[in-house]
Design a protein around this ligand. Structure first.
Ligand code: OAD
Length: 263
């Protein structure tokens, strides 16, 4: 059973019209996808981000980086949205404007029915030419051999761009790269215009995404955090709900909608 939300906070959430939800890897944890900074299971506790998520790393060992992203793409494709993703989509029945701004590249918000999703860090399902930086179609064959992270004999060759013969890369943002301009502009505008900002499943330490809740707060939005652990943002949030988003978000949305779901 969760602590009841103070009536004045619930009223403030119900009075909101424009909602931004900033999400991170934690919202997909209950779909079976790893986070980055969990000390035991997070990607960055097992892998060096500079080797796997940078232009330099890709140039040094393209097959390894390609294999890592292709394996993640397969996991994301096989995963299903969880009750946290669905609860965010349900907010669309309550509020006139709901924008999900995500750092995730797994596509699960759209699959759960969120109609307005801003992807700050790209999407695992898309590819582009490393040299020309143009989108390129690539289909990973359904019957392709499995990829094992630490077994180079299972890493496929990097496919080539049909235009120039250069290597394909995933259409994701790597360390040291700028965010897609249109996505960032939209995210900033949405944060500044919002009156409720949900921050879900992110450690809120990677910039510029981490600045969005601060922008929302400075322009008057109520900030609500959903995370099993405290983060950099916790002391600035009007409300922090401690627990997995697959449980806390359906409960929160039921409270806002006036229902009596318990957890
Ligand atoms: P992190 O791994 O930094 O943080 C995940 C957060 O999710 C942590 O605060 C966890 O406490 C929380 N969490 C874990 N399980 C959860 C659950 N079931 N429900 C809710 N929250 C849960 O991931 P991000 O904040 O997404 O960037 O990381 C931001 C960026 O850093 C990523 O987009 C990626 C990474 O390097 C790039 O690759 C460019």
């Amino acid at each position: 059973m969760n602590e009841p939300i103070a009536p004045h906070l619930l009223e403030r959430m119900r009075a909101a019209r424009r909602v931004i939800a900033l999400t991170g890897a934690g919202v997909s944890a209950e779909s079976g996808l790893a986070t980055f900074r969990d000390p035991l299971t997070g990607y960055w506790s097992r892998f060096n981000p500079q080797e796997l998520a940078s232009r330099e790393g890709f140039t040094r060992d393209p097959r390894r980086v390609w294999a890592w992203y292709l394996a993640r793409r397969r996991k994301a494709r096989e995963a299903n949205p969880n009750p946290g993703h669905y609860a965010l989509a349900r907010l669309q029945d309550i509020y006139p404007e709901v924008v999900v701004v995500t750092q995730n590249i797994d596509g699960l918000h759209a699959r759960a029915g969120s109609r307005d999703v801003v992807e700050l860090h790209g999407n695992l399902a898309r590819f582009r030419c490393f040299d020309e930086d143009i989108p390129v179609d690539y289909t990973d064959p359904a019957d392709a051999a499995p990829i094992v992270d630490d077994d180079p004999t299972t890493w496929p060759d990097v496919p080539r761009c049909p235009q120039c013969g250069g290597m394909l890369r995933p259409d994701v943002v790597w360390f040291g790269e700028a965010l897609p301009v249109a996505a960032w502009t939209r995210a900033e505008e949405t944060a500044l215009a919002s009156d409720l900002c949900l921050v879900v499943g992110t450690s809120a330490i990677v910039y510029p995404a981490a600045v969005l809740p601060m922008m929302a707060r400075q322009s008057g939005a109520m900030v609500v955090e959903v995370n099993p652990d405290p983060t950099e943002l916790t002391r600035r949030a009007a409300l922090s709900l401690r627990g997995p988003s697959g449980e806390m978000l359906p409960w929160l949305v039921a409270q806002i909608a006036g229902g009596g779901a318990s957890a």
